[in-house]
Design a protein around this ligand. Structure first.
Ligand SMILES: Cc1ncc(COP(=O)(O)O)c(C=O)c1O
Length: 428
Protein backbone atom coordinates (compact mmCIF):
# COMPACT_ATOMS: atom_id res chain seq x y z
CA UNK A 1 0.00 0.00 0.00
CA UNK A 2 1.91 2.99 -1.31
CA UNK A 3 -0.98 5.44 -1.17
CA UNK A 4 -3.51 6.23 1.56
CA UNK A 5 -6.60 3.99 1.46
CA UNK A 6 -8.82 6.74 0.03
CA UNK A 7 -6.45 7.49 -2.86
CA UNK A 8 -7.91 7.77 -6.33
CA UNK A 9 -7.41 9.66 -9.54
CA UNK A 10 -10.37 12.04 -9.81
CA UNK A 11 -12.40 13.14 -12.83
CA UNK A 12 -9.91 15.93 -13.50
CA UNK A 13 -7.13 13.32 -13.68
CA UNK A 14 -5.58 14.66 -10.46
CA UNK A 15 -4.46 12.79 -7.37
CA UNK A 16 -7.07 12.79 -4.64
CA UNK A 17 -7.07 11.59 -1.04
CA UNK A 18 -9.79 11.90 1.56
CA UNK A 19 -12.00 13.29 -1.20
CA UNK A 20 -9.64 16.28 -1.66
CA UNK A 21 -7.79 17.17 -4.86
CA UNK A 22 -4.09 17.35 -4.01
CA UNK A 23 -3.32 19.91 -6.70
CA UNK A 24 -6.05 22.17 -5.34
CA UNK A 25 -4.74 21.75 -1.78
CA UNK A 26 -1.24 22.67 -2.91
CA UNK A 27 -2.53 25.78 -4.68
CA UNK A 28 -4.68 26.85 -1.73
CA UNK A 29 -2.29 26.16 1.16
CA UNK A 30 1.06 26.50 -0.57
CA UNK A 31 3.91 24.00 -0.50
CA UNK A 32 5.76 22.16 0.92
CA UNK A 33 2.60 20.71 2.37
CA UNK A 34 1.96 17.51 4.30
CA UNK A 35 -1.48 15.94 3.95
CA UNK A 36 -2.71 13.15 6.24
CA UNK A 37 -5.66 10.96 5.34
CA UNK A 38 -7.70 10.41 8.51
CA UNK A 39 -9.30 7.24 7.17
CA UNK A 40 -5.89 5.62 6.67
CA UNK A 41 -4.79 6.48 10.22
CA UNK A 42 -7.99 5.00 11.61
CA UNK A 43 -7.92 1.88 9.44
CA UNK A 44 -4.29 1.12 10.33
CA UNK A 45 -5.08 1.54 14.05
CA UNK A 46 -8.12 -0.73 13.66
CA UNK A 47 -6.18 -3.41 11.86
CA UNK A 48 -3.64 -3.60 14.70
CA UNK A 49 -6.41 -3.55 17.32
CA UNK A 50 -8.57 -6.19 15.68
CA UNK A 51 -5.59 -8.50 15.10
CA UNK A 52 -4.67 -8.14 18.77
CA UNK A 53 -8.23 -8.65 20.03
CA UNK A 54 -8.21 -9.30 23.77
CA UNK A 55 -4.68 -10.69 23.72
CA UNK A 56 -2.88 -7.47 24.43
CA UNK A 57 -2.39 -3.78 23.91
CA UNK A 58 -1.51 -1.57 20.96
CA UNK A 59 0.38 1.68 21.60
CA UNK A 60 1.14 4.29 18.98
CA UNK A 61 4.75 5.45 18.91
CA UNK A 62 4.40 9.23 18.89
CA UNK A 63 7.86 9.85 17.49
CA UNK A 64 6.61 8.91 14.01
CA UNK A 65 4.27 11.94 13.99
CA UNK A 66 2.48 13.60 16.88
CA UNK A 67 0.41 16.69 16.28
CA UNK A 68 -2.40 17.15 18.87
CA UNK A 69 -5.19 16.55 16.37
CA UNK A 70 -3.45 13.50 14.98
CA UNK A 71 -3.05 12.10 18.51
CA UNK A 72 -6.75 12.69 19.20
CA UNK A 73 -7.62 10.44 16.26
CA UNK A 74 -5.27 7.74 17.58
CA UNK A 75 -6.72 8.08 21.10
CA UNK A 76 -10.26 7.78 19.71
CA UNK A 77 -9.21 4.48 18.15
CA UNK A 78 -8.27 3.28 21.65
CA UNK A 79 -4.50 2.98 21.26
CA UNK A 80 -2.12 3.75 24.10
CA UNK A 81 0.85 6.00 23.44
CA UNK A 82 4.62 5.69 23.62
CA UNK A 83 6.47 8.97 24.22
CA UNK A 84 10.19 9.58 24.65
CA UNK A 85 10.47 13.08 26.11
CA UNK A 86 8.77 15.60 28.35
CA UNK A 87 7.99 17.47 25.12
CA UNK A 88 6.10 14.61 23.47
CA UNK A 89 4.35 13.96 26.80
CA UNK A 90 3.30 17.62 27.09
CA UNK A 91 1.78 17.62 23.59
CA UNK A 92 -0.04 14.35 24.32
CA UNK A 93 -1.45 15.66 27.60
CA UNK A 94 -2.55 18.93 26.01
CA UNK A 95 -4.23 16.89 23.28
CA UNK A 96 -6.17 15.16 26.07
CA UNK A 97 -4.46 11.77 25.81
CA UNK A 98 -5.49 9.66 28.82
CA UNK A 99 -2.30 9.71 30.98
CA UNK A 100 -2.78 6.15 32.19
CA UNK A 101 -2.46 5.06 28.54
CA UNK A 102 0.94 6.74 28.16
CA UNK A 103 4.28 4.89 28.35
CA UNK A 104 7.44 6.93 28.71
CA UNK A 105 10.52 5.48 26.98
CA UNK A 106 14.02 6.75 26.23
CA UNK A 107 17.62 5.75 26.85
CA UNK A 108 18.66 8.87 28.77
CA UNK A 109 15.68 10.29 30.55
CA UNK A 110 16.28 13.53 32.38
CA UNK A 111 15.05 14.27 35.89
CA UNK A 112 12.38 16.44 34.28
CA UNK A 113 11.32 13.54 32.02
CA UNK A 114 10.87 11.14 34.94
CA UNK A 115 9.24 13.78 37.15
CA UNK A 116 6.76 14.74 34.42
CA UNK A 117 5.98 11.09 33.67
CA UNK A 118 5.38 10.47 37.37
CA UNK A 119 3.24 13.59 37.81
CA UNK A 120 1.14 12.66 34.79
CA UNK A 121 0.56 9.09 35.98
CA UNK A 122 2.31 7.53 32.98
CA UNK A 123 4.19 4.23 33.05
CA UNK A 124 7.98 4.47 32.92
CA UNK A 125 9.95 2.08 30.72
CA UNK A 126 13.29 1.89 32.54
CA UNK A 127 16.24 1.91 30.13
CA UNK A 128 19.32 2.49 32.29
CA UNK A 129 20.71 2.09 35.82
CA UNK A 130 20.58 5.84 36.40
CA UNK A 131 16.80 5.78 36.27
CA UNK A 132 16.61 3.71 39.47
CA UNK A 133 18.30 6.60 41.30
CA UNK A 134 16.00 9.14 39.66
CA UNK A 135 13.00 7.08 40.76
CA UNK A 136 14.29 7.01 44.34
CA UNK A 137 14.49 10.77 44.47
CA UNK A 138 11.33 11.59 42.51
CA UNK A 139 8.71 9.08 43.64
CA UNK A 140 7.64 9.84 47.25
CA UNK A 141 8.31 7.20 49.90
CA UNK A 142 5.44 4.79 50.28
CA UNK A 143 4.44 5.21 46.64
CA UNK A 144 5.30 3.02 43.67
CA UNK A 145 5.43 4.09 40.04
CA UNK A 146 4.26 1.68 37.35
CA UNK A 147 7.38 0.63 35.44
CA UNK A 148 8.56 -1.76 32.78
CA UNK A 149 12.16 -2.77 32.08
CA UNK A 150 13.47 -2.43 28.54
CA UNK A 151 15.33 -5.50 27.37
CA UNK A 152 17.76 -5.75 24.52
CA UNK A 153 17.21 -9.25 23.08
CA UNK A 154 20.35 -9.05 20.94
CA UNK A 155 18.62 -9.67 17.61
CA UNK A 156 19.76 -7.79 14.58
CA UNK A 157 16.80 -7.55 12.22
CA UNK A 158 17.08 -7.22 8.47
CA UNK A 159 17.02 -3.47 8.20
CA UNK A 160 19.30 -0.54 7.71
CA UNK A 161 21.97 -0.68 10.40
CA UNK A 162 21.24 2.84 11.67
CA UNK A 163 17.68 1.94 12.65
CA UNK A 164 18.42 -1.43 14.24
CA UNK A 165 18.20 -1.14 18.01
CA UNK A 166 18.17 -4.70 19.37
CA UNK A 167 21.70 -6.03 18.87
CA UNK A 168 24.21 -6.28 21.75
CA UNK A 169 26.05 -3.14 20.67
CA UNK A 170 23.13 -0.78 21.20
CA UNK A 171 22.53 2.20 23.43
CA UNK A 172 19.00 0.90 24.10
CA UNK A 173 17.85 -1.56 26.72
CA UNK A 174 19.43 -3.96 29.21
CA UNK A 175 21.16 -6.75 27.35
CA UNK A 176 19.78 -10.23 27.98
CA UNK A 177 23.00 -11.79 26.72
CA UNK A 178 25.25 -9.93 29.15
CA UNK A 179 23.04 -10.65 32.19
CA UNK A 180 22.19 -6.96 32.63
CA UNK A 181 18.52 -7.59 31.88
CA UNK A 182 18.20 -10.07 34.72
CA UNK A 183 20.07 -7.76 37.08
CA UNK A 184 17.80 -4.85 36.07
CA UNK A 185 14.68 -6.91 36.81
CA UNK A 186 16.14 -7.94 40.19
CA UNK A 187 16.84 -4.31 40.96
CA UNK A 188 13.35 -3.23 39.89
CA UNK A 189 11.73 -5.93 42.03
CA UNK A 190 13.77 -4.88 45.05
CA UNK A 191 13.16 -1.15 44.49
CA UNK A 192 10.72 0.36 46.98
CA UNK A 193 9.35 2.94 44.50
CA UNK A 194 8.85 0.58 41.55
CA UNK A 195 5.82 -1.51 40.64
CA UNK A 196 7.20 -3.74 37.88
CA UNK A 197 4.38 -4.56 35.47
CA UNK A 198 6.17 -5.62 32.35
CA UNK A 199 9.15 -6.19 30.15
CA UNK A 200 9.68 -4.26 26.97
CA UNK A 201 11.73 -4.55 23.78
CA UNK A 202 12.06 -3.05 20.35
CA UNK A 203 14.44 -4.56 17.82
CA UNK A 204 14.42 -2.05 14.99
CA UNK A 205 12.40 -0.27 12.37
CA UNK A 206 11.23 -0.61 8.74
CA UNK A 207 11.36 -4.42 9.04
CA UNK A 208 9.79 -6.69 6.41
CA UNK A 209 11.15 -10.02 7.60
CA UNK A 210 9.34 -10.83 10.84
CA UNK A 211 11.65 -13.69 11.81
CA UNK A 212 13.69 -11.24 13.86
CA UNK A 213 10.64 -10.44 15.98
CA UNK A 214 9.88 -14.14 16.49
CA UNK A 215 13.51 -14.78 17.47
CA UNK A 216 13.46 -11.87 19.93
CA UNK A 217 10.27 -13.23 21.49
CA UNK A 218 11.90 -16.63 22.08
CA UNK A 219 14.94 -14.98 23.69
CA UNK A 220 12.71 -12.89 25.96
CA UNK A 221 10.70 -15.93 26.99
CA UNK A 222 13.90 -17.74 27.96
CA UNK A 223 14.59 -14.84 30.28
CA UNK A 224 11.00 -14.89 31.61
CA UNK A 225 11.37 -18.62 32.37
CA UNK A 226 14.59 -17.89 34.26
CA UNK A 227 12.97 -15.00 36.16
CA UNK A 228 10.00 -17.15 37.10
CA UNK A 229 12.21 -20.00 38.26
CA UNK A 230 14.73 -17.89 40.19
CA UNK A 231 12.71 -14.88 41.34
CA UNK A 232 9.08 -15.95 41.07
CA UNK A 233 8.43 -13.03 38.69
CA UNK A 234 6.26 -13.25 35.59
CA UNK A 235 5.44 -10.02 33.71
CA UNK A 236 1.83 -8.91 33.16
CA UNK A 237 2.90 -7.23 29.92
CA UNK A 238 5.46 -8.29 27.36
CA UNK A 239 6.38 -5.67 24.80
CA UNK A 240 7.63 -6.53 21.32
CA UNK A 241 7.97 -2.91 20.18
CA UNK A 242 7.15 -1.51 16.76
CA UNK A 243 9.19 -1.87 13.61
CA UNK A 244 6.74 -3.04 10.96
CA UNK A 245 7.96 -1.71 7.61
CA UNK A 246 5.89 0.15 5.04
CA UNK A 247 6.01 0.52 1.25
CA UNK A 248 7.98 3.56 0.16
CA UNK A 249 8.03 2.45 -3.48
CA UNK A 250 5.72 0.25 -5.51
CA UNK A 251 8.33 -2.52 -5.34
CA UNK A 252 8.04 -2.77 -1.55
CA UNK A 253 5.74 -5.47 -0.22
CA UNK A 254 5.72 -5.31 3.58
CA UNK A 255 3.69 -7.61 5.86
CA UNK A 256 0.34 -6.24 7.04
CA UNK A 257 -0.34 -5.14 10.63
CA UNK A 258 -2.39 -8.33 11.05
CA UNK A 259 0.51 -10.50 9.89
CA UNK A 260 2.81 -8.62 12.25
CA UNK A 261 0.56 -9.15 15.30
CA UNK A 262 -0.25 -12.76 14.38
CA UNK A 263 3.43 -13.63 13.97
CA UNK A 264 4.13 -12.25 17.43
CA UNK A 265 1.14 -14.00 19.00
CA UNK A 266 2.23 -17.26 17.36
CA UNK A 267 5.76 -16.90 18.70
CA UNK A 268 4.41 -15.96 22.12
CA UNK A 269 1.99 -18.88 22.36
CA UNK A 270 4.42 -21.54 21.19
CA UNK A 271 7.12 -20.11 23.46
CA UNK A 272 4.83 -20.03 26.50
CA UNK A 273 3.64 -23.58 25.96
CA UNK A 274 7.20 -24.86 25.59
CA UNK A 275 8.26 -23.21 28.84
CA UNK A 276 5.10 -23.64 30.93
CA UNK A 277 4.63 -19.91 31.52
CA UNK A 278 1.45 -17.97 32.16
CA UNK A 279 0.19 -15.74 29.37
CA UNK A 280 1.13 -12.06 29.55
CA UNK A 281 -0.53 -9.31 27.53
CA UNK A 282 1.37 -8.81 24.28
CA UNK A 283 2.20 -5.15 23.66
CA UNK A 284 3.12 -3.71 20.27
CA UNK A 285 3.95 -0.08 19.59
CA UNK A 286 3.89 0.72 15.89
CA UNK A 287 4.71 4.22 14.70
CA UNK A 288 5.72 4.23 11.04
CA UNK A 289 3.14 1.65 9.97
CA UNK A 290 0.31 3.86 11.27
CA UNK A 291 1.46 7.37 10.32
CA UNK A 292 3.65 6.57 7.31
CA UNK A 293 1.14 5.38 4.71
CA UNK A 294 -1.39 8.03 5.83
CA UNK A 295 0.73 11.02 4.83
CA UNK A 296 1.82 12.47 1.50
CA UNK A 297 4.19 15.38 0.89
CA UNK A 298 3.50 17.97 -1.81
CA UNK A 299 6.15 20.20 -3.35
CA UNK A 300 6.20 22.74 -6.14
CA UNK A 301 8.81 22.49 -8.85
CA UNK A 302 11.03 25.53 -9.42
CA UNK A 303 14.34 25.32 -11.18
CA UNK A 304 14.92 22.55 -13.73
CA UNK A 305 18.53 21.92 -14.70
CA UNK A 306 19.70 19.73 -17.55
CA UNK A 307 23.23 18.40 -17.61
CA UNK A 308 23.41 16.85 -21.08
CA UNK A 309 24.45 13.22 -21.00
CA UNK A 310 24.39 13.21 -17.21
CA UNK A 311 20.96 13.95 -15.69
CA UNK A 312 18.08 16.36 -15.24
CA UNK A 313 17.60 17.94 -11.83
CA UNK A 314 14.09 19.01 -10.91
CA UNK A 315 14.32 21.18 -7.79
CA UNK A 316 11.41 21.47 -5.39
CA UNK A 317 10.64 23.94 -2.61
CA UNK A 318 11.34 21.49 0.25
CA UNK A 319 13.91 18.78 0.81
CA UNK A 320 16.12 17.63 3.67
CA UNK A 321 14.60 20.17 6.07
CA UNK A 322 11.24 18.38 5.97
CA UNK A 323 12.52 14.95 4.93
CA UNK A 324 15.95 13.99 6.23
CA UNK A 325 15.39 10.27 5.60
CA UNK A 326 17.08 9.97 2.18
CA UNK A 327 20.16 11.71 3.56
CA UNK A 328 20.10 9.91 6.93
CA UNK A 329 19.29 6.35 5.87
CA UNK A 330 19.56 6.34 2.09
CA UNK A 331 15.77 6.01 2.07
CA UNK A 332 14.13 5.59 -1.35
CA UNK A 333 10.85 7.13 -2.46
CA UNK A 334 8.71 7.45 -5.57
CA UNK A 335 7.40 10.73 -6.94
CA UNK A 336 4.23 11.49 -8.90
CA UNK A 337 2.80 14.53 -10.65
CA UNK A 338 -0.26 15.60 -8.65
CA UNK A 339 -1.90 16.74 -11.90
CA UNK A 340 -1.14 13.56 -13.85
CA UNK A 341 -0.05 10.63 -11.66
CA UNK A 342 -0.41 8.02 -14.39
CA UNK A 343 1.19 10.17 -17.11
CA UNK A 344 3.75 8.63 -19.47
CA UNK A 345 7.21 9.06 -17.91
CA UNK A 346 9.77 11.06 -19.87
CA UNK A 347 12.48 9.08 -21.67
CA UNK A 348 15.04 9.80 -18.94
CA UNK A 349 14.43 9.55 -15.18
CA UNK A 350 14.95 12.79 -13.26
CA UNK A 351 16.49 13.59 -9.91
CA UNK A 352 14.10 15.36 -7.57
CA UNK A 353 16.37 17.61 -5.54
CA UNK A 354 15.57 19.81 -2.57
CA UNK A 355 16.42 23.48 -2.13
CA UNK A 356 18.88 23.12 0.75
CA UNK A 357 22.56 23.93 0.37
CA UNK A 358 23.84 20.37 0.43
CA UNK A 359 24.65 18.33 -2.68
CA UNK A 360 23.12 15.29 -1.02
CA UNK A 361 19.79 17.05 -0.55
CA UNK A 362 18.02 14.74 -2.98
CA UNK A 363 14.51 13.38 -2.34
CA UNK A 364 14.21 10.87 -5.19
CA UNK A 365 17.26 9.90 -7.23
CA UNK A 366 15.70 8.36 -10.34
CA UNK A 367 12.10 9.46 -10.50
CA UNK A 368 10.03 8.28 -13.45
CA UNK A 369 8.05 11.45 -14.08
CA UNK A 370 6.42 12.96 -17.15
CA UNK A 371 7.98 16.10 -18.61
CA UNK A 372 7.06 19.09 -16.51
CA UNK A 373 7.53 22.82 -16.20
CA UNK A 374 8.21 25.06 -13.18
CA UNK A 375 5.04 25.30 -11.09
CA UNK A 376 4.21 21.59 -11.38
CA UNK A 377 3.24 19.92 -8.10
CA UNK A 378 5.03 16.74 -7.10
CA UNK A 379 3.55 14.30 -4.61
CA UNK A 380 5.70 11.89 -2.62
CA UNK A 381 3.60 9.22 -0.90
CA UNK A 382 4.49 7.34 2.30
CA UNK A 383 5.66 10.60 3.85
CA UNK A 384 3.69 10.43 7.09
CA UNK A 385 6.37 9.10 9.46
CA UNK A 386 9.70 10.46 10.68
CA UNK A 387 9.57 13.43 8.33
CA UNK A 388 7.73 16.28 10.03
CA UNK A 389 8.91 15.07 13.45
CA UNK A 390 12.51 15.16 12.23
CA UNK A 391 12.06 18.44 10.34
CA UNK A 392 14.45 21.29 10.98
CA UNK A 393 14.87 24.95 10.17
CA UNK A 394 18.18 24.32 8.41
CA UNK A 395 19.05 27.13 6.00
CA UNK A 396 16.43 29.30 7.69
CA UNK A 397 13.48 27.51 6.13
CA UNK A 398 10.15 27.53 7.96
CA UNK A 399 8.63 24.08 8.49
CA UNK A 400 5.67 23.11 6.23
CA UNK A 401 1.99 23.23 7.04
CA UNK A 402 0.10 20.00 7.75
CA UNK A 403 -3.48 19.17 6.79
CA UNK A 404 -5.78 16.33 7.73
CA UNK A 405 -8.34 15.35 5.10
CA UNK A 406 -11.57 13.40 5.38
CA UNK A 407 -14.78 13.17 3.32
CA UNK A 408 -13.80 16.01 1.03
CA UNK A 409 -12.92 18.39 3.89
CA UNK A 410 -9.41 19.54 4.69
CA UNK A 411 -8.46 20.96 8.04
CA UNK A 412 -5.22 22.63 9.00
CA UNK A 413 -3.65 20.72 11.90
CA UNK A 414 -0.34 22.58 11.92
CA UNK A 415 0.12 25.97 10.35
CA UNK A 416 3.09 26.79 8.16
CA UNK A 417 5.89 28.37 10.17
CA UNK A 418 6.61 32.01 9.45
CA UNK A 419 9.82 33.98 9.34
CA UNK A 420 8.98 35.29 12.82
CA UNK A 421 8.86 31.71 14.13
CA UNK A 422 12.47 31.45 12.99
CA UNK A 423 13.55 34.26 15.26
CA UNK A 424 11.15 33.54 18.15
CA UNK A 425 13.85 31.96 20.32
CA UNK A 426 16.69 34.30 19.33
CA UNK A 427 18.04 36.96 21.68
CA UNK A 428 18.56 40.29 19.90
C1 LIG B 1 11.14 1.83 21.53
C2 LIG B 1 10.45 2.07 20.25
N1 LIG B 1 9.19 1.66 20.10
C3 LIG B 1 8.52 1.85 18.94
C4 LIG B 1 9.12 2.49 17.88
C5 LIG B 1 8.33 2.68 16.63
O1 LIG B 1 8.90 1.98 15.59
P1 LIG B 1 8.24 1.98 14.17
O2 LIG B 1 7.97 3.39 13.81
O3 LIG B 1 9.26 1.35 13.31
O4 LIG B 1 6.99 1.16 14.25
C6 LIG B 1 10.44 2.92 17.98
C7 LIG B 1 11.10 3.57 16.84
O5 LIG B 1 12.25 3.59 16.65
C8 LIG B 1 11.12 2.72 19.20
O6 LIG B 1 12.38 3.13 19.37
Amino acid sequence: MLFPVTYRVNAAGHMEIGGCDLLALAREHGTPLYVYDEETVRSRCREFKSAMGTRGDVLYSAKAFYSPQFLRVVAEEGLGLDVVSAGELAVALRAGYPPDRVYFLGNNKSREDVADAHRAGATLVIDGWYEFDLLSSIVPAGERMRCEVRLSPGVKPETHEYIATGQLDSKFGFSIESGDARRAVERALAHDRVELVGLHSHIGSQIFDLRGHAAAMAIMLDLVAELKHDLGFEPERLGAGGGLGIAYTSEDDPPTPREFVETLLGALDSGLAARGLKTPELVVEPGRSIAGPAGVALYTVGSIKDIPGVRRYVAVDGGMGDNIRPKLYGARYEAFLASDPDGEPAAQPVTVAGKYCESTDVLVADAKLPDMAPGAVICIPASGAYQMTMASNYNGMPRPAVLMVRDGIDRLIRRRETLSDLTAAEVF
